[in-house]
Design a protein around this ligand. Structure first.
Ligand SMILES: Cc1cc2nc3c(=O)[nH]c(=O)nc-3n(C[C@H](O)[C@H](O)[C@H](O)COP(=O)(O)OP(=O)(O)OC[C@H]3O[C@@H](n4cnc5c(N)ncnc54)[C@H](O)[C@@H]3O)c2cc1C
Length: 341
């Protein structure tokens, strides 16, 4: 019952007599009886589209270290310090996949695109992490990254409810930490708000609330793995050696009803590229599989959408051009080549 529009930024919302009635994306206008604004750090910009300016989102950046599974055993449960004024403090915690993660720090930044990691910020994270796990070995860090919490001023808290003056425009905004933990409860609250506002909600008789977990080859025993390889040799063709992800698993991830088309999309679904080498080995192979399965040209495959292209062209082309020049030059000097390629 859901149609998902990907890579379709909302650029405008039609409002008539105090009610939102349409949502505009490039090339499409969607009629709407209700609009839910769950746009994260961009939620204030979306609210302005209905002529309201009730809150302003300032991103608060948090940086992280991710450590190799080799040191996953150092911590068996999340370690929290005493919370700081602005955040829960720098935490060291095991991940569900067996890595260790340390962070985040907390820094208000002006730019909603600022996902940079900094030497100063990472030093702060490491210092905080080592207060909890003395001697945490930095050489086992496999990547760093940052995220932006959506801090809504002036309230500084979650904003869940109809926008004042536009009753069918529902905000779920300013969902900073711990928004992930709160997400199921926020969804139920928004459902109830929509029902109170007059949206008829009826559960489908055939609704299946159980989602079958996709097969993770690396988690299976030898017999199950052998049976899969017997059924299709691509289960035995390991693309990501760090995380033991076979080609068949990547193909399955690409062809789910909601496809993923980027390197990060494949990584989040299968963990190909999430290991020690961070995709250094399997990245080009995943690009080739995306190209083959989805028909996206390798130059157009991105890390995470937008302009995050992996390839900028064929590396051999400049050499071939130079080779052509050499042929021309050789002809000019009477058949003796005087340049080397
Ligand atoms: C450093 C850090 C630490 C955190 N720690 C915790 C924690 O310990 N526990 C916890 O529970 N939570 C934590 N969180 C919070 C949690 O990650 C967020 O609360 C949660 O991701 C917010 O979800 P959201 O759906 O509101 O926003 P998002 O996940 O940001 O989703 C917003 C979506 O809106 C889309 N969008 C924006 N503008 C437009 C547009 N114009 N058109 C179409 N789409 C648009 C975006 O592309 C995005 O997909 C942390 C967050 C950070 C950054």
């Amino acid at each position: 019952g859901v149609e998902l529009l990907l890579s379709a930024p909302v650029t405008g919302i039609g409002v008539r007599r105090g009610r939102a009635f349409s949502v505009r994306c490039p090339g499409v206008v969607i009629d709407a009886r209700f609009v839910v604004n769950a746009a994260g750090i961009w939620a204030d910009d979306i609210e302005r589209m209905v002529g309201r300016d009730d809150f302003e989102i300032t991103p608060r950046r948090g940086e992280y270290y991710l450590f190799d599974k080799r040191v996953g055993h150092l911590v068996s449960r999340p370690l929290f310090p005493v919370p700081a004024e602005l955040s829960k403090g720098i935490v060291v915690t095991p991940t569900v996949d067996g890595n260790l993660i340390a962070g985040p720090n907390a820094l208000l930044v002006g730019d909603k695109g600022d996902l940079s990691t900094t030497a100063v910020g990472l030093a702060e994270v490491l210092e905080g992490a080592r207060r909890l796990v003395p001697g945490l070995p930095i050489r086992e860090s496999i990547t760093n990254f940052a995220g932006l919490r959506a801090v809504a001023a002036p309230i500084g808290d979650f904003i869940i409810g109809p926008s004042p003056g536009v009753p069918n425009f529902i905000n779920a905004a300013g969902i900073q930490s711990p928004g992930l933990t709160a997400a199921p409860a926020i969804a139920e609250a928004v459902r109830d708000i929509l029902a109170d506002a007059g949206l008829a909600l009826a559960e489908k008789p055939d609704f299946n609330s159980v989602r079958k977990r996709p097969t993770r080859f690396s988690e299976l025993g030898p017999e199950e793995q052998s049976a899969l390889i017997e059924s299709d040799p691509l289960w035995g063709h390991i693309i990501c050696r760090c995380e033991t992800v076979p080609e068949a698993e990547i193909i399955e991830a690409l062809h789910r009803p909601v496809s993923c088309t980027t390197l990060d999309g494949v990584k989040f679904r299968t963990r190909a590229g999430a290991g020690r080498c961070q995709g250094g080995f399997c990245g080009p192979r995943v690009v080739a599989i995306i190209h083959r399965e989805l028909g996206i040209s390798p130059e157009k495959v991105t890390k995470k959408g937008g302009a995050s292209f992996i390839l900028s062209g064929r590396t051999k082309d400049p050499l071939l051009e130079r080779a052509d020049e050499c042929v021309d030059e050789r002809e000019e000097v009477g058949g003796r080549a005087h340049c080397r390629v």
